[in-house]
Design a protein around this ligand. Structure first.
Ligand code: PEP
Length: 252
């Protein structure tokens, strides 16, 4: 059965004081019955986040990692360095990394394998651009991008379907568009990881998730959670999204 997973991606936002205040409020408001929650701040804020979240059931994630364990890679962070801090998750292959920093399917796959090798769980991001959707290429793009799943451990994996045209634009995919893509990704995961693993795989939706559209998106049978950017910066909004998630496990 799949437990809903809601993850905050703070991108390049936040200060030590703001993370402290935010997480204290988040932990206060979370309550006992909630989906799995992962908080992904920038690297510099990981120690503060880990300190405040320690002993709680909010996990802390990073937004990227390198594929090598060490070496002359100025500006990069190795998966084991994150694991040593207590980080449990890492976002890999985000469209902003693909768009601005030359991330490719091959480099994202290498990062994901290395992260899992260090014991980290991976949120593997994929999704089509507007041009690709308009050209009718959405499913071909998802098939190509998801090929990387074949080399990954499903026990340490969630996939995030993030149509690029919906990220940070205020224009979310409709629940039907999200469901169609998620169902296709689950079929594809069945081919790559096996049917049993695909039934257990959490496929998150990301792209302008807000308190007012979260419930309809999360009600779709193959939408098992959300990766939330902009709306996760506000603790009240993020809590509203968490509380819009179906409480029960689904699938299988
Ligand atoms: C994201 O950063 O993964 C994201 C989906 O951003 P936003 O919610 O702002 O569209």
């Amino acid at each position: 059965m799949r437990r809903c997973l809601i993850s905050a991606n703070w991108k390049m936002h936040g200060t030590v004081a703001s993370v402290q205040d935010y997480l204290e409020k988040l932990l206060e408001r979370l309550g006992a019955d909630h989906p799995e929650v992962v908080f992904c701040p920038p690297f510099t804020l990981l120690p503060t986040a880990l300190l405040i979240a320690s002993g709680s059931d909010v996990a802390v994630g990073a937004q990227n990692c390198h594929w090598e364990t060490k070496g002359a890679f100025t500006g990069e962070v190795a998966p084991a360095m994150l694991a040593e801090l207590g980080v449990r998750w890492v976002i890999v292959g985000h469209s902003e990394r693909r768009q601005h920093f030359g991330e490719t399917d091959a480099s994202a796959a290498a990062r994901a394998r290395a992260a899992q090798g260090a014991g980290l769980s991976v949120i593997y991001c994929l999704g089509e651009t507007l041009e690709q959707r308009d050209a009718g290429e959405t499913f071909a793009v998802l098939e190509r991008q998801s090929a990387a799943l074949a080399g990954l451990d499903p026990a340490l994996l969630a996939v995030a379907y993030e149509p690029v045209w919906a990220i940070g634009t205020g224009r979310n995919a409709t629940p039907a568009q999200a469901q169609e893509a998620h169902a296709a990704l689950r079929r594809r995961a069945g081919e790559l990881l096996g049917e049993a693993a695909a039934r257990e795989l959490r496929i998150l939706y990301g792209g302008s998730v807000k308190p007012d559209n979260a419930a309809a998106l999360l009600a779709q049978p193959d939408v098992d959670g959300a990766l939330v950017g902009g709306a996760s910066l506000d603790v009240e909004g993020f809590c509203a999204i968490i509380h819009a998630a179906p409480g029960s496990r689904r699938g299988a």
